[in-house]
Design a protein around this ligand. Structure first.
Ligand code: FES
Ligand code: FE2
Length: 373
């Protein structure tokens, strides 16, 4: 009888610094990477710093509202222009070393003894731009010189998740929502272990008691083995909201219909975003690899602006259920990470059939193709 088990990646894929460096170049320096919420960047607001694969970049929105992204490298002697993840955006970006000063559009506009610098030298000393775009209120950047459109990167993943109807995601109106709560987790595990975990629910019955109480299908392996359900996963009978109490507190999002009520949709948007779509809110995870064995995960809970602005808005009941899921998931993968170096895991582990389609057939196929390229 042939085996029902499919190999995972080998252990060293989760620990090896050379593999991590190759991922930075072949995945994070070539694909669109989710870096921030669009509403974090407002004109005269903040300049954000993000690590994108091997590069540090800065992000801002200029006075006309245009998103800008640059390598975080002064063209004079290479100082970091931003040395923290969020700084106040002034009228210009001033290097802290010798005060070369750049306009929001990247032009070098001032420097000590600027008058002595010929125009041609000024012109070739602007900040180096990075491609940046916004989709559904999420800001993505791409270090590649000529990237494909972001929509082309996302379309196959949305098509797969929504059973051939990628435009279905538009109903949640994610771009119109606002952040009602944010939690940041530093996870002692490789970024792929976290994403693999997010793409299988074989573990849900074991480690997520609140989640399977809310969505019983997650504990029924017979239903899970059918792959993603394109119409989402139903809440338990008697549950009106995805929250600790299950009590509906907020109206359903404006673009949704009765058919979307009491359902959960989860999906990975490779390489570093995970969406959870619910009737009255949306959860967005951003995965930031730090090293082979450390990943920072930023998790935003998004709400309708009218809901979030209402007096007494307190999303604790809603936030708490997925916060617990996060903690349970991260504890699980942190329990695996040390063993990625074990001789028992030299060739990796195995996937059972209900993990195989999402992890092997989709995720590993993408990963292997990206790393081979
Ligand atoms: S390194 Fe930036 S002004 Fe000198
Ligand atoms: Fe989980």
């Amino acid at each position: 009888m042939t085996s029902s088990l499919t190999p995972t990646l080998p252990g060293h894929a989760y620990t090896d610094p050379a593999t991590f460096a190759a991922e930075e170049e072949r995945i994070f320096a070539r694909e669109w990477i989710y870096v921030a919420r669009g509403d974090e960047l407002v004109p005269r607001g903040k300049v954000l710093r993000r690590q994108v694969g091997p590069e540090s970049v800065i992000l801002l929105r200029d006075r006309a509202g245009v998103l800008r992204c640059y390598l975080n490298v002064c063209r004079h002697r290479g100082a970091q222009l931003c040395s923290s993840d969020s700084e106040t955006l002034g009228n210009a970006i001033r290097c802290p070393y010798h005060a070369w000063t750049y306009a929001h559009d990247g032009r070098l506009m001032a420097a000590p003894n600027f008058a002595a610098m010929p125009p041609s030298d000024r012109e070739r000393s602007g900040l180096l731009p990075v491609h940046v775009t916004e989709w559904a209120g999420l800001v993505w950047v791409n270090l590649d010189a000529e990237p494909q459109p972001l929509e082309r990167q996302l379309a196959p993943q949305l098509t797969y998740r929504f059973g051939g109807s990628p435009s279905r995601i538009e109903r949640w109106g994610i771009g119109d929502l606002v952040v009602g709560a944010r939690k940041t987790y530093t996870v002692a595990a490789n970024w792929k272990l976290i994403q693999e975990n997010f793409q299988e629910c074989y573990h849900c019955g074991t480690i997520h008691p609140e989640l399977v109480d809310a969505i019983p299908a997650f504990a029924r392996t017979s239903e899970l083995s059918a792959g993603y359900q394109p119409d989402g996963y139903r809440f338990a009978d008697g549950l009106d909201a995805f929250s600790v109490t299950g009590q509906a507190r907020y109206p359903r999002l404006p673009g949704l219909s009765a058919a979307d009520e009491r359902r959960y949709f989860g999906m990975v948007l490779r390489p570093n975003c995970f969406l959870s779509l619910l009737p009255d809110h949306v959860i967005v995870h951003r995965f930031q690899p730090v090293s082979p064995s450390v990943t920072v995960v930023e998790c935003d809970w998004l709400f309708d602006p009218a809901v979030a602005a209402a007096p007494g808005f307190d999303p604790t009941d809603t936030v708490e259920i997925f916060h617990r899921v996060n903690q349970q998931d991260f504890a699980a993968v942190e329990g695996c990470q040390p063993n990625m170096n074990s001789r028992a895991y030299r060739r990796g582990g195995v996937l059972v059939p209900l993990e195989t389609e999402t992890i092997n057939d989709n995720y590993y196929r993408w990963y292997r193709e990206a790393m081979a390229g």
